[in-house]
Ligand binder design. Structure first.
Ligand SMILES: Cc1cc2nc3c(=O)[nH]c(=O)nc-3n(C[C@H](O)[C@H](O)[C@H](O)COP(=O)(O)OP(=O)(O)OC[C@H]3O[C@@H](n4cnc5c(N)ncnc54)[C@H](O)[C@@H]3O)c2cc1C
Length: 310
């Protein structure tokens, strides 16, 4: 299939890209990052932009780990993120989620900026970005704009990015010794998440010598903070505040994890559950509960400080 005709512009800096967006303010403009959503959509789904601005900006293809935060540029590929020692040691959840995206070809081309801007309801990184309490960094002709991840995803393909704006990167606070996990039920046809759950859990107290925050008998640690987010279940990635609330100030053992996971349906409007040839909405609801438990169990095992660098 051939795409409809379009004008092509290459931008080699952020200001060139913003100038192009401004010049074509009245037109339907798409940004070409990794092209792994845009190009198939133009070839087979009738997406027909008037102008494609090819983002070729080395400065946006970078991981910058600072004292308390890591900034990942919009053009950084999943493969770079998954393999980055800096990401694996400061925000390991994001590296884990990036390693779960599609296949090697997709991971070598697809970018974090494209993944978030496309806002596919089954994309992996939105859940990780939400559970990491990240901030999306936008640029426009007036300067910069920052949007907390919780306010970024508005629906299937809908985000806080406005016309004339560019997603420049994502800022992640370091998660330190927190337990983390991304648990994904892969859609067998597409590789996207039927349901994916990202969790970051911190505890206070004595971990015991075996790293056993998940040890039912240990019982000394309590959850000081829990962030849990899901993708795939409804039209956008969402934080699961009832699950988080159920974990707060309690132990992180299997009983507490099961009880918290059973709260997941309260965070989702059952009528909005996605349904397709592979899974009904009802089944996705059951997957959600099961994968919340899986993510929390893995996070509990890691809460004593095991990271992807171990
Ligand atoms: C076979 C297949 C399997 C896949 N499996 C998965 C999967 O398992 N998990 C998953 O999460 N994804 C999956 N994807 C999607 C893939 O990750 C895409 O790469 C991603 O959704 C888009 O990133 P991109 O860099 O390719 O963006 P592009 O396709 O270049 O752009 C996508 C959209 O984002 C906009 N955009 C891109 N960059 C910016 C920016 N910096 N600022 C503002 N707007 C921007 C574009 O205008 C366009 O509308 C799959 C795709 C395919 C084809």
């Amino acid at each position: 299939m051939f795409p409809a005709e379009f004008d092509y512009e290459r931008a080699e800096s952020v200001s060139e890209a913003l100038d192009a967006l401004e010049r074509h303010a009245g037109a339907d403009v798409e940004i070409l990052a990794g092209g792994h959503s845009l190009v198939p959509a133009m070839k087979t789904e009738g997406r027909a932009p008037d102008v494609v601005v090819d983002l070729d900006v080395p400065a946006l293809d970078a991981v910058n780990a600072l004292d308390d935060r890591t900034v990942i540029g919009a053009l950084t590929t999943y493969a770079t993120i998954a393999d980055s020692g800096a990401v694996r040691s400061t925000v390991p959840l994001v590296a884990e989620a990036a390693s779960e995206v599609g296949d090697l070809q997709i991971r070598n081309r697809g970018t974090i900026g494209g993944n978030l801007a496309e806002a596919h309801p089954g994309a992996d990184l939105p859940a990780a970005v939400l559970a990491s309490d990240a901030t999306v960094l936008l640029r426009n002709q007036d300067g910069k704009r920052e949007v907390p991840a919780t306010g970024f995803f508005r629906g299937d393909g809908e985000t806080a990015v406005e016309r004339g704006e560019l997603l420049a990167g994502v800022r992640f606070p370091h998660t330190g010794e927190a337990g983390f996990a991304y648990a994904k039920k892969i859609h067998p046809a597409t590789g996207y998440a039927m349901v994916g759950v990202a969790a970051v859990v911190e505890t206070d107290g004595d971990a015991g010598g075996d790293g056993g925050a998940s040890d039912d008998a240990g019982g000394e640690e309590t959850v000081s903070s829990a962030r849990v987010a899901a993708t795939g279940a409804v039209d956008r990635a969402v934080r699961l505040s009832s699950v988080e609330g159920a974990l707060a100030d309690g132990p992180l053992d299997s009983t507490a994890i099961d009880a918290a996971a059973s709260e997941a349906p309260d965070d989702i409007d059952a009528e909005r559950l996605r349904s397709d040839a592979y899974a009904s909405g009802e089944f996705r609801g059951e997957l959600l509960e099961a994968y919340v438990a899986r993510a929390l169990e893995t996070a509990a095992e890691r809460v004593a400080g095991d990271t992807l660098t171990a």
